[in-house]
Write a protein that binds this ligand. Structure first.
Ligand code: PMP
Length: 400
């Protein structure tokens, strides 16, 4: 009965088999590199305790428990605008919308741009949650290859064959989920060239931007575009930021920074969807960000850098010939390419049975379901001893 009355978009919204499998992973003897989450031991708990106590303390005006503006809490938008300016993105609070995590921004941007059969350009592989958000709007995907030999006309022709237009290019630009790789400055510039030629939007996913452990920072795509065009109001790049990887994912506070015509449409969506993000969470994030953002993120970088180095060393020690991996300069992930005849999902099933080590097979991150011989490893959650033991076991598994 239900299938006849569900909307057509539901046919694209399927549970990932992998996610179902990974749900079974809370047994204590499993070493998991499967998560994509911050280490809860590193949350700034004391700062949040102070922030919530103050917010609900005797001097409160009760505003924290009240409805609030769809655009977001103004002092938080001001704080973010100042941060964006430091990244080379001069803007005002009117260019900022607070969202419930950057995941909500991806959903809204799918809704804003995609009619059924339009095309979204995404990297191969790409963030699974972005594909999940966009799928609801029934797009096709084409492979975004800023350095490769594809002409704008070629992208446009393929999209027309599929019955729509190219609407945006989505890119997780720094230490991407799942590969850990960063798009270099030339890649960002050619992404902007392509977007100008095709007259499409660029969705810049900056979820991991603050978590750089070494190498020089590269200006955000939006900053490079402002350098070309003079003002954010003339830019086609839409920057999606998040406090999830820096302060707390559970409070669900992210933001979009873009030209005002985009922000005003997204505000309409926010009004229709959930009115606004939780007021008290926005106030608490503002207080904690003002009290200790830079110090806290600097501590996080120290801790995660050690774990990344530990995992890279362990891989070097334990991986057999024929396995290669990325060298991320930040973020939370390392991406392994196995010999072509191996399948990540089959290896996961085997690994859970014989080695008790979990990871995420790479196929699901590819919009065309290709590249089954890849896996994603997370290094932000496990401690150093666990990393060593887990990678040793993974090496044994892959050696067969
Ligand atoms: N973008 C990327 C690349 C991510 O990895 C994630 C979370 N895993 C998100 C966006 C969404 O994060 P949040 O909604 O918590 O901001």
């Amino acid at each position: 009965m239900w299938d006849q009355i569900f909307s057509s978009r539901m046919s694209r919204m399927t549970a990932s088999e992998i996610r179902e499998l990974l749900k079974l992973l809370d047994q204590p003897d499993i070493i998991s590199f499967a998560g994509g989450i911050p280490d809860p031991k590193l949350f700034p708990i004391a700062a949040f305790q102070d922030a919530f106590a103050e917010t609900l303390g005797p001097d409160t005006q009760n505003e924290a428990l009240q409805y609030s503006a769809s655009e977001g809490y103004p002092p938080l938008r001001d704080w973010i605008a100042a941060q964006m300016e430091k990244l080379g993105i001069p803007c005002t609070r009117d260019n900022i919308l607070i969202t419930s995590g950057s995941q909500q921004a991806l959903d809204y941007l799918g809704k804003l741009f995609l009619s059924p059969n339009d095309t979204a350009l995404v990297s191969w592989p790409t963030y699974l949650g972005a594909l999940g958000a966009f799928n609801a709007y029934e797009p096709h995907y084409d492979r975004l290859m800023p350095h490769a030999n594809r002409t704008p006309a070629d992208y446009a022709a393929r999209a027309a064959d599929k019955g729509g237009k190219v609407k945006f290019a989505y890119a997780s630009v720094d230490f991407a989920n799942p590969t850990g790789e960063t798009i270099d400055r030339a890649g960002r510039e050619s992404l902007l060239d392509l977007a100008d030629d095709l007259n499409i939007a660029v969705i810049e996913d900056a979820a991991y931007q603050s978590l750089r452990y070494d190498g020089d920072a590269i200006p955000p795509v939006l900053a490079l575009e402002i350098a070309r065009k003079g003002s954010i109001e003339d830019c086609r790049t839409i920057y999606c930021g998040s406090f999830s990887k820096t302060l707390s994912p559970g409070l669900r506070v992210g933001w979009v920074c873009a030209a005002k015509p985009v922000i005003s449409r997204l505000v309409l969506m926010k009004q229709a969807a959930d009115l606004h993000s939780a007021t008290i969470n926005q106030i608490a994030i503002t207080k904690v960000a003002k009290a200790c953002f830079d110090d806290h993120v600097s501590n996080l970088r120290d801790a995660y850098k050690k774990r990344r180095d530990y995992m890279l060393d362990a891989l070097l020690k334990h991986m057999p010939d024929g396995v290669t991996w990325t060298q991320p300069e930040g973020g939370m992930f390392i991406w392994l390419t196995l010999p072509e005849y191996m399948d990540g999902a089959t290896m996961l099933a085997k690994s859970l049975e014989t080695q008790r080590v979990a990871f995420v097979p790479g196929r699901a991150f590819h919009a065309d379901g290709s590249c089954g011989n890849t896996i994603r490893l997370n290094f932000s959650l496990p401690d150093e001893a666990t990393i060593e033991e887990g990678i040793k076991r993974l090496g044994a598994l892959l050696r067969g």
